[in-house]
Design a protein around this ligand. Structure first.
Ligand code: PMT
Length: 409
């Protein structure tokens, strides 16, 4: 077992600013693992920083640490049972009213259940309903850590936006040396402060994001559209909201999330909405795939099949929303996307000059693994001076996070 010297604990406790996390609500989830004893020090760090700490434990965690200890340190009731009703609100919902949920130590069992939406105890039900950041701090034996199922589950959680503080390697409680040792309380504390700071990074900002492929109606049953799923736009909306921004998602379909959602199926409807909101927001991000053309004459009746083998539809140009809002030269920051199937960088350079936006995010839509309707993307961020930054292939969630950090830096 790892022995934490009392002087070391005291030095950590003294080095933390008294009011760093004043007013923050920290929820700590403890699962069954020997590293549970280190959470006592972690609770002290948060208390020292002025945070309010609540603790939820799995039944197995209570084999390693007592409720009385956790209660005395957190100065709050410790929760373990879904059916212990103390208030009118279900406990797992009341617990979600916290700024961050830190699950430490996180056992392989809890990680597996989290990744598969299983809620068979209070800690898991709370995590399932938790909308703010969740930090997972795994601790387990090396063989368990290296198990492909455990690694797959962690990957799944990462892709869904969970933060993971990977274990250290060293001497483990089971008497072996290897990876699996839970990070020290001060490292967990620092990581949570980093997440909370980033989480507020866009606080006070209003951001409008467009998503999806527009649907240009031909008749009551047919329309012209494209392969955009809206995943990139939704990832941007979710991340901007999680970073503290007030978000409006203008999409061609209904989208779920903690943000305002305005549905505009056609380019013209999108144009009207974006322009009406332009002066109310700090930034517009045009991730939607807007059709460049629409049919000249919409048929209010379903067009009948005729004896002719061909049919001609006359198309007219749609408004170029990105160019028009950039030309207005308001104080709103304007970000465009650029979907290209060839000469990505050259075309992107021409496009940012033609559209006049502040940044352009270029992606290659000829690839199946990124771009349209995929879970991942790889993008180049261009600014007006034609500086280019590549964001290597990653989940759309992580790419969205990086884009927001880059454009608001
Ligand atoms: O939705 P997903 O399946 O997740 O896929 C993501 C994506 C590939 C759709 C996205 O990453 C993307 O590239 N979006 C922009 C698609 C597009 O229309 O690109 P474009 O190069 O044709 O247009 C350039 C920019 O002008 C875009 O910001 C577009 O929103 C805007 N535009 C285009 C035409 C038009 N009439 N008005 C516009 O405002």
């Amino acid at each position: 077992m790892l022995y934490l010297k009392p002087e070391f604990v005291t030095s950590i406790l003294l080095s933390y600013n008294d009011t760093m996390l004043k007013g923050k609500n920290i929820l700590i989830g403890i699962t069954g693992g020997i590293a549970a004893y280190k959470i006592c020090t972690l609770i002290r760090l948060y208390k020292k920083s002025g945070a309010n700490v609540r603790v939820v434990v799995t039944p197995n965690a209570l084999n390693f640490v007592t409720k009385l200890t956790l209660q005395s340190l957190s100065q709050n009731e410790v929760f373990s049972d879904c059916f212990e009703i103390n208030d009118y609100k279900p406990e797992h919902i009341a617990l979600t009213e916290s700024d961050i949920f830190i699950i430490a130590p996180a056992s392989a069992n809890t990680i597996g259940k989290l990744a598969n939406g299983i809620c068979d105890n209070l800690l898991l039900s709370t995590a399932c309903a938790f909308k703010k950041p969740i930090l997972i701090v795994p601790a387990m034996n090396t063989n368990m850590w290296e198990n492909p199922f455990v690694q797959d589950n962690l990957e799944k959680l990462k892709n869904c936006g969970f933060h993971i503080l990977e274990p250290d390697s060293g001497f483990l409680a089971c008497g072996t040396n290897g990876t699996g040792r839970m990070r020290e309380p001060d490292e967990i504390y620092d990581k949570s402060v980093e997440i909370l700071t980033k989480n507020n990074f866009l606080s006070g900002k209003k951001i409008l994001i467009t998503a999806g492929g527009t649907k240009e109606k031909i008749d009551p049953v047919r329309y012209i559209t494209n392969a955009s799923s809206g995943k990139m736009g939704i990832a941007l909306a979710r991340n901007a909201q999680q970073m503290g921004a007030e978000v409006t998602l203008v999409s061609t379909f209904n989208a779920d999330g903690d943000f305002e959602n305005i549905v505009t199926p056609t380019a013209q409807e999108m144009e009207t909405t974006v322009k009406s909101k332009l002066n109310e927001v700090d930034c517009v991000i045009m991730a939607a795939a807007v059709s460049d053309f629409r049919v000249k004459e919409y048929s209010s009746q379903k067009i009948k099949k005729t004896s002719s083998d061909t049919m001609t539809l006359e198309l007219v140009k749609n408004p170029d929303i990105l160019k028009e809002i950039s030309d207005l030269k308001t104080n709103t920051k304007i970000i465009g996307f650029c979907a290209e199937s060839e000469n990505l960088i050259e075309n992107a350079k021409e496009k940012i000059k033609a559209k006049g936006c502040d940044f352009l995010i270029a992606n290659d839509i000829s690839r199946k693994d990124i771009g349209f309707n995929s879970d991942e993307n790889e993008v180049y961020i261009l600014d007006k001076a034609l500086n280019i930054k590549k964001l290597d292939k990653d989940t759309k969630n992580n790419i969205a996070k990086r884009i927001l950090e880059e454009i608001f830096e």
